[in-house]
Design a protein around this ligand. Sequence first.
Ligand SMILES: Nc1nc2c(ncn2[C@@H]2O[C@H](COP(=O)(O)OP(=O)(O)O)[C@@H](O)[C@H]2O)c(=O)[nH]1
Ligand SMILES: [Mg+2]
Length: 349
Amino acid sequence: MKLAIIGLPSSGKTTLFNALTRGHAAISAGGRSREANIGVVRVPDDRVDLLSTMYEPQKTIYAYVEYVDVGGFDSSGEKDKPLDEKLWNLVRPVDAIVLVARNFEIGGIAPTAWSDIGKVECEVILADLIVVEKRLARIEEDKKRGRKINEEEHNLLSRCLTALEEEKPLRSLSEEVASSPLLKGFAFLSAKPILWIINNGEKYTKVEISEVPPNTVVTEVCGQLEMELAQLSPEESEVFRGGLEVNAEPALQRIIRHSYALLGLISFFTVGKDEVRAWTITKGTPAQAAAGVIHSDIEKGFIRAEVLAYDDLVEFGSYAQAQKKGRVRLEGRDYIVQDGDIINFRFNV
Ligand SMILES: Nc1nc2c(ncn2[C@@H]2O[C@H](COP(=O)(O)OP(=O)(O)O)[C@@H](O)[C@H]2O)c(=O)[nH]1
Ligand SMILES: [Mg+2]
């Protein structure tokens, strides 16, 4: 899973990036950094920890998340200024966007969390609008020249144009439009699920958000504090967290959890003496397609999936014991994989 962190300058993007990745990227006091920060973090998962203790494998592989702190967002508000294409190109390949909004005072400037969200959403919409208008103009030109055009693409893009002109993000459109294969290549920014993060200072006024739009999740963090905690040892940070009035769950875990939910992601596991591993799939994935995440040969040669629910393994204490009690099931290609399934794929090569 890949997430881009965007927001106005000095909203705390790099601070949050450091909190999430235990990184030490330079924090800008004022000015804006042009450099993007990229970090990979493993997804904390108690289930993988337990499986690893049980099997004592040579390798334990967690699911991971990649964060890109794109930096350099321009908030000059000059509408006719060309957008930073380089910045948006870093955001286009990601699965979801993390939008950081400043809810702390800086240099005597009062917090602007709610207007930050509006401004950044506007920029995102504008970036898509430019792409849609360009493509539609191209189609019109082809039409004039008597070339054959794709009516369905034209129709879909016109619907996108209407939404964007009304300042609505594409993620607010119906699933049928948003997930159309014809639009996939455009990698529209406003179609991506988004996590709004209210970055609170030590003293702050709570931002009340009553209505959350589709494919959007809101959460709050104290970026600065989370960064400081992330730079301590895990033991020390736990002790400090216990004595603080902050959310007991570290920002990293909370943000990953929200992102998984937002993207409809779940994990299944493979276990053995050589390797215990978590795999990430979309909710609703059938067994045969899930096999393909591991290797295309396993998908092609799929015979059956031997499945044990994680909770059953915990209840019976071992795979063999769970098997004795009839909890290990043989499932076919259409079985819908559930979060926490431990799977052993049987296949032909
Ligand atoms: N009080 C307070 N200051 C913060 C917080 N997060 C960031 N800052 C400050 O805001 C400034 C900009 O932070 P930075 O992470 O570089 O913002 P970016 O430009 O969005 O990457 C720095 O001076 C930070 O110390 C926070 O949660 N509370
Ligand atoms: Mg920064």
